[in-house]
Design a protein around this ligand. Structure first.
Ligand code: DGY
Length: 326
């Protein structure tokens, strides 16, 4: 008998057909909550899950005693209780690599848009207020030749740095748990303690994963260390930043601007002042959201899940221990 999987992420017809060759697929298009009654009813029979954006809790795992593997269509896995999964021998697979360049593009989009005040000035044109030549009150700041500080220097951080160093002649600083000598050679990047990086950078871009150690890594103290002309960009996770401190830093002019793809609460509350601030570019978590990349991510998740349910090593395994049955 075929194993059964629950698909709550966006998969195209070919991907569903590919899964269907090996497993029985039950789809939950547009599933918004794990409390959905049909999803709940299907959990006890599920061997695999594939999707994104759903918070998986240990309590949900209790309702899914047959579960062997989860393939998330995301690189981040902060929505998953990794220890609880590992204890139960459930494999967790993510989708690194395929989204690196697209997410770095989003980082650079935010750097450029915030530096050159692109949205604010596009709005001015849209309102019909472009009446004369643009003067200093609307000037932005240069990106090329400036100092770009990366907090986190994994795949995505390095891809943002590559754009900065090779495309825009930027000096690259990074703060990361381990040194990256190859990237230092390739990009002339220099490793710094985070406090020094914050003080020296014109652009500070956060790319660390969300973990208990990185939650609220950037707060009032860190914004106070940045230059008043600094532009802050977050393409990682909203909770890495104390959002109240960010709002205050922007309001008080402690930093010049911010480009944000992620927020402490998503979707962003309509009460949030952030999207209404002229010095903020706020996007609805679109880091990897292109047709090409989202298709590639879904494909990678499909491949991972099929391998995992066949008892083979998936391409991307988050919790190695489970594979060894530990
Ligand atoms: C991820 O894959 O974790 C991204 O945040 C989704 O765009």
């Amino acid at each position: 008998m075929k194993k059964r999987i629950l698909a709550y992420g966006r998969l195209n017809d070919e991907q569903l057909a590919q899964l269907g060759q090996d497993v029985e697929v039950q789809t939950f298009p547009g599933l918004a909550s794990a409390d959905d009654p049909a999803f709940r009813a299907a959990l006890p029979h599920a061997h695999g899950l594939i999707g994104a954006g759903l918070a998986i809790t240990p309590e949900l795992l209790d309702a899914a005693p047959r579960l062997e593997a989860i393939a998330t269509i995301s690189v981040g896995y902060d929505n998953y209780p990794v220890e609880a999964l590992t204890r139960r021998g459930i494999l967790l697979c993510n989708t690194p690599d395929v989204l690196t360049e697209t997410t770095a593009d989003t980082g650079f989009l935010l750097i450029m848009a915030a530096a050159r005040r692109a949205l604010e000035l596009a709005d001015l044109v849209k309102r019909g207020d472009w009446n004369a030549g643009i003067g200093p009150e609307h000037f932005g700041s240069d990106v090329h030749g400036k100092t770009l500080g990366l907090i986190g220097f994994g795949r995505i951080g390095a891809a943002v740095a590559r754009r900065g160093a090779l495309g825009f002649g930027m000096r690259v600083l990074y703060s990361n748990a381990s040194p990256k000598p190859e990237l230092e050679r390739e990009l002339g990047a220099e490793r710094r303690e985070m406090d020094r990086l914050l003080a020296e950078s014109d652009f500070v871009c956060v790319t660390v994963p969300l973990t208990p150690e990185t939650e609220h890594l950037i707060g009032e103290r860190e914004f106070a260390l940045m230059k008043p002309s600094a532009i802050f960009v977050n393409i990682a996770r909203g909770k890495v930043v104390n959002e109240a401190a960010l709002i205050e830093a922007l309001e008080m002019g402690r930093i010049r601007a911010a480009g944000l793809d992620v927020f402490e609460q998503e979707p962003l509350s309509p009460e949030s002042p952030l999207p209404h601030m002229t010095n903020v570019v706020a996007l609805p978590h679109i880091g990897s959201a292109t047709h090409e990349t989202r298709t590639a991510m879904a494909q990678r998740a499909v491949d991972n899940l099929i391998l995992a349910l066949k008892g083979e090593r998936p391409i991307d395994l988050v919790n190695d221990v489970a594979l060894r049955g530990g």
